[in-house]
Design a protein around this ligand. Structure first.
Ligand code: DC
Length: 232
């Protein structure tokens, strides 16, 4: 399949299978995968390195905005048996450090700072326009690419999302929290991402909504690929 300019937007809350589905679709359809959440995580990492924690308040917004403006973020694709996109912040590979539960919460917090969102806007658009792409995030179909060729909004019940996240952590050999703790972490992040003043998580009017609760990953991918192919 070949596209000239083509953008697919995939939005939705954490744990809906967005990342895994998007990666698979990118490989199958020949699109560049852009994980925009990783960019917010990269800024969260830089903020923690600079001494901020989850308790920052509005008086810190200017300093946090400056960090976002000054941080050079780059994806590098590593070719191996399991090809992956690594994230570099100011030349340092931060791929594994940005995946902790603390960094998830800090990313959600810094993503509500208006200056951070502005600082990451051009980069996301540049990445999306450089080649036919599939971008995943929270505001791709509403703010970053409101004219995307295909838009998806993925959802799943909170119990199902907690179950999936726990399975993921266990598969990676990490320390898994209890089911109740996991649910609470997801609920807190949903709350922050959906209720912030700027670019909150919400479905674009013209997005195709898929409730993934009762579908397998393969079924979700097949459904999304068929919608993308219909638009090419
Ligand atoms: O997709 P993720 O879990 O890696 O994203 C981490 C946080 O970044 C998420 O809680 C909200 C924020 N985010 C955002 O505000 N806008 C995006 N396009 C992507 C992520």
């Amino acid at each position: 399949m070949s596209f000239k300019k083509f953008v697919v937007a995939v939005d939705g809350p954490a744990g809906t299978g967005k990342s895994t589905a998007t990666k698979r679709i990118a490989d199958r359809v020949g699109l560049i995968h852009v994980d925009t959440g990783a960019l917010y995580r990269g800024i969260a990492f830089q903020c923690i390195e600079a001494g901020f924690d989850l308790n920052f308040d509005e008086s810190d917004h200017a300093a946090i905005t400056k960090i976002a403006q000054k941080t050079r973020l780059e994806f590098k694709r590593v070719k191996s048996r399991n090809p992956s996109n690594r994230l570099y912040a100011n030349g340092k590979d931060v791929t594994s450090q940005i995946r902790t539960p603390e960094m998830s919460m800090m990313a959600s917090r810094v993503s509500a700072v208006p200056g951070v969102r502005t600082a990451l806007m051009d980069l996301q658009r540049t990445l999306g326009k450089a080649a036919p792409s599939i971008l995943e995030g929270r505001d791709i179909g509403t703010v970053i690419f409101p004219d995307a060729d295909v838009k998806f909004f993925l959802t799943a019940s909170i119990d199902e999302r907690a179950k999936r996240r726990l399975a993921e952590i266990e598969a990676q050999g990490g320390d898994a929290p209890s089911f109740e703790e996991m649910r609470e972490q997801i609920r807190a992040r949903d709350d922050g991402d959906s209720n912030r003043a700027i670019a909150p998580l919400k479905k674009a009017e013209d997005a195709i909504e898929i409730d993934t609760t009762r579908y397998t990953l393969d079924e979700v991918v097949d459904l999304m690929v068929s919608k993308i192919e219909a638009e090419k």
